[in-house]
Design a protein around this ligand. Structure first.
Ligand SMILES: [Ca+2]
Length: 266
């Protein structure tokens, strides 16, 4: 490359780089406290996590290993009993399905699959398969605001489906300042907002469901660091609102622990 053009390009790039901080990470950090922790079975490749009453419901991914499980939030006292505590209910998925996001609406568990374009609908109480519904695109995270089933696909888009047939009704781009926020993964709807794990990052963003704007973010880097994880697959993923405890349970794929975090009062 002509050195003069190269110098010009560098100057332009520096200009762009100098402009970036003004729009990058526009969302302010959200202060929180860790108020409890508990064990998380480190065999679970967490894709979806939710709380219903006194139980967790969790989906675990990978082909040939995908599971839907439920287990009590309260743990036994002894360490051995905690680690070996059985699931209240466990369903192994057929090997062709890679389980992804999970949500609960009107007594039905809705489970996305990664690339199989199939939504699996289960009875919450006995895990009986009630419906299989088709959709287009990938399935990553799933949440509900009580009306819509809200899906992520790893892009910067959120897709709003109606529950009866999973028909796509509208979609929303998620932006932080002017920048699209991509790699949206596990989702939760709580306190009027959509909360999303960003894949391969240690943060959860708070999204305004009306316009897709990121209003703030939870930085969970310190929390992950204390686990001394050894595999790059052990990413933060799993966020569940616990109404009774007024906080979010968070965990990650193959993590040995779950944490209850509570957003600090203003
Ligand atoms: Ca969730």
């Amino acid at each position: 490359m002509n050195p003069f053009i190269a110098a010009l390009l560098c100057t332009s790039l520096l200009c762009i780089a100098n402009l970036l901080p003004a729009t990058a990470n526009a969302a302010p950090p959200i202060a929180f406290d860790i108020v409890a922790e508990r064990t998380h079975k480190p065999t679970l490749f967490t894709q979806g996590l939710l709380v219903d009453g006194d139980h967790f419901y969790e989906s675990s991914g990978l082909y040939g290993k995908s599971l839907l499980v439920t287990y009590p939030i309260a743990e036994p006292e002894s360490t051995w009993a905690k680690i070996s505590a059985p699931f209240t209910r466990k369903l192994a998925l057929p090997a062709e399905f890679f389980a992804e996001g999970l949500t609960l609406l009107d007594g039905k568990l809705y489970l996305l699959t990664w690339q199989e374009q199939t939504l699996l609908v289960y009875n919450k109480n006995n895990f009986a398969l009630e419906q299989k519904l088709a959709y287009e695109g990938e399935g990553w995270g799933l949440a509900t605001d009580g009306k819509w089933l809200i899906r992520s696909d790893g892009s910067d888009q959120l897709f709003f489906h109606q529950a009866a047939d999973f028909a796509l009704m509208h979609q929303l781009q998620v932006t932080d300042g002017k920048r699209p926020v991509r790699q949206l993964n596990e989702l939760e709807f709580a306190q009027g907002f959509i909360w999303a794990n960003i894949w391969y990052e240690d943060r959860i963003v708070k999204i305004d469901p009306k316009n897709g704007k990121v209003l703030g973010e939870l930085n969970l880097k310190a929390l992950k660091q204390q686990l001394k994880l050894t595999s790059s697959e052990q990413v933060l993923n799993g966020i569940a609102w616990d109404e009774q405890r007024q906080g979010f349970w968070v965990t990650g794929k193959l993590w040995p622990k779950m944490f209850l975090i509570r957003i600090a009062a203003d």
